[in-house]
Design a protein around this ligand. Sequence first.
Ligand code: 5GP
Ligand code: ZN
Length: 117
Amino acid sequence: LDRALCRPCIFCEIVNGNVPNKLIYKDDEIAAFEDINPAAEAHILIVPVAHIRNIKSLNSEHTSLLEKMRLKGVDLLQDRGYEPQSSKLGFHVPPFNTVDHLHLHVLGGEMKSKYRK
Ligand code: 5GP
Ligand code: ZN
């Protein structure tokens, strides 16, 4: 309710189809879309449809949701020809995240030079 009165969550907007041509995948529980500022050749974000804030909001009831997110990430990269062994999947831990809607980063191929160590 309070989010209706405040600025809407950008990832909720994408998941709900209010941003055109963004979604790669969606079902009842999860959605996937391209990161706007890719850190690698392939950079997909997998999010729960529900507005879960971050990894600190997770408990054991979310185990199957997380596994589903991971499998979808691997799946989408494989569709694009990236091997699971070379793929990178991970969450940013608060306070080192910028968007407060849980999202799994799914990276494939060459990292962009600005992110390379
Ligand atoms: P984090 O919060 O884990 O540090 O990263 C947030 C990620 O979301 C960043 O990689 C950023 O590029 C991406 N991002 C931020 N705003 C938008 C947006 O409006 N659309 C899309 N597709 N990605 C976004
Ligand atoms: Zn949200």
